[in-house]
Design a protein around this ligand. Structure first.
Ligand code: 5GP
Length: 215
């Protein structure tokens, strides 16, 4: 039975676990795909251009912006980030469920444009766990970690505007919960394309399979 695709935004404070959860979710179902954003920020240590982001310069970003390439864009921590309009539309035409890792401004902008969006916020169980995860990652200085913790307070302030909250205390449970949310959302009635038509056509086609001799 055909179902419409939709967008899923996943947000969390830095260190909250959204990237790892996204990666795991993408491996579960081939209908899930990931929207790779364009950004003007510098590439970090283990990131791959074209996989984590499309890294670009400000001139190219502005040209694309003027040409209407982005469905939404935002300035975050002094860098620009944007989502490709064509990519989203192609995925939705293919009835896919598109995961987006975008900030709250991006979520609001996409919602305003009338897209079917499900928003999920991933929260660590408490601030100490978040700090420990950032320290354990070993990628940032203590100053950067403190800045991220400060920023996380601002991000958590937007919690009320999200549809779902997933507490990431146990990684596997958090992945399971996000997957459960997506499966439930896929089965919303308004996401089925003409379900009764499908049911009756199928009923007619299956007539011949029933042995009616003893009826
Ligand atoms: P980072 O530079 O740490 O990868 O991402 C910084 C922030 O930018 C994160 O909150 C992330 O969700 C957000 N972000 C990444 N791509 C996009 C995008 O295409 N649009 C918007 N609005 N935010 C984005």
């Amino acid at each position: 039975m055909r179902k419409k695709g939709f967008l899923v935004t996943i947000a969390s404070p830095s260190g909250g676990g959204k990237s790892t959860i996204c990666k795991e979710i993408l491996s579960i179902n081939p209908l899930f795909c990931y929207s790779i954003s364009w950004t003007t920020r510098n590439i970090r240590g283990n990131e791959i251009d074209g996989k984590d982001y499309f890294f670009t310069d400000i001139e190219t970003f502005n040209k694309k912006l003027k040409a209407g390439f982005f469905i939404e864009y935002a300035e975050v921590h002094g860098n620009y980030y944007g989502t490709s309009k064509d990519y989203l539309e192609n995925c939705l035409n293919e009835e896919k469920i598109v995961l987006l890792d975008i900030d709250v401004q991006g979520v609001e902008s996409i919602k305003k444009q009338g897209f079917d969006v499900v928003s999920i916020f991933i929260l660590p169980p408490n601030e100490n766990v978040l700090k420990k995860r950032l320290l354990d990652r070993g990628t940032d200085s203590i100053e950067v970690i403190n800045k991220r913790l400060e920023n996380s307070k601002k991000e958590i302030n937007y919690l009320q505007s999200y549809d779902y909250l997933v507490i990431n205390e146990d990684f596997l449970k958090a992945v399971e919960t996000v997957n459960d949310i997506l499966v439930a959302e896929m089965n919303r009635l308004n996401r089925y394309v003409d379900p009764l038509n499908y049911y009756y056509i199928n009923s007619n086609n299956s007539q011949s399979e029933i042995d009616t001799t003893n009826l």
